[in-house]
Design a protein around this ligand. Structure first.
Ligand code: GDP
Ligand code: ADP
Length: 188
């Protein structure tokens, strides 16, 4: 059976990491850890949340795709994806919409694209504050073009994307459960 990669995308604060963790814990998906030059947030662990890199170490990896997002570099390495697939698991990866589009193009049906969103984007700033992000970083993030872009599904991906509305986490998880059931039935 073809190994899948679930690509979780959407605007900052929508709940991408939360949904990714739910898929890891509930469905035994293995996280593809990506690389970034962004400094770790409080509680984030190197090699678990991200591989936290210097500019030099970031440039030494082999990337399937990489982007600059709100002033920092992010990239998903072929090494990290191979690690997950070698273990025999389906994978889950959290990407901005630009990265998600690259995955959709390069991996075709192997990539299941999941767009996490909320009905009212004003709630996103509150979630970032609740998460403990520092106010200056929230301001910079919300003012970035990358944030604006990720508020909508790129036209090229519209046909392929599964949407999860995460206003209420229990409802969002139930939508994920439905999606995973549909995936299972597709693979029979
Ligand atoms: N294209 C791409 N995007 C990434 C990668 N790693 C993380 N991202 C995305 O970069 C954006 C910023 O991530 P982060 O600083 O952790 O903040 P977040 O938006 O709160 O998750 C998010 O949209 C992530 O999904 C990567 O390797 N490639
Ligand atoms: N449905 C929800 N209702 C309220 N808070 C949520 C919900 N989903 C996630 N959160 C919280 O919002 C914050 C941002 O979620 P996170 O998963 O880190 O988003 P992202 O990875 O998209 O930036 C976290 O503190 C998370 O616990």
């Amino acid at each position: 059976m073809q190994r899948k990669i679930f690509v979780i995308t959407g605007p900052t604060g929508a709940g991408k990491t939360t949904i990714s963790r739910y898929l890891e814990q509930g469905y035994n998906l293995k996280k593809v850890i990506t690389h970034t030059t962004r400094p770790p947030r409080l509680g984030e662990i190197d090699g678990q949340d991200y591989y936290f890199e210097t500019t030099t170490s970031f440039n030494s990896k082999h990337y399937l795709e990489k982007v600059e997002y709100a002033g920092n570099q992010y990239g998903s390495s072929r090494e990290a994806l191979a690690l997950v697939w070698q273990g025999g698991n389906d994978g889950v990866i959290v990407l901005d919409t630009k990265g998600a589009q690259t995955y959709a193009q390069q991996l075709g049906t192997q990539a299941v694209i999941v767009y996490v969103t909320v009905s009212n984007s004003t709630i996103l700033a509150q979630r970032l504050a609740q998460r403990g992000d520092c106010p200056d970083q929230i301001k910079q993030r919300l003012a970035s073009q990358d944030f604006q872009r990720d508020l909508t599904i790129p036209a090229l991906m519209e046909q392929k994307v599964k949407v999860i509305l995460n206003d209420d986490l229990a409802v969002a998880k139930a939508q994920v459960d439905q999606l995973m059931l549909a995936q299972k039935l597709e693979n029979i």
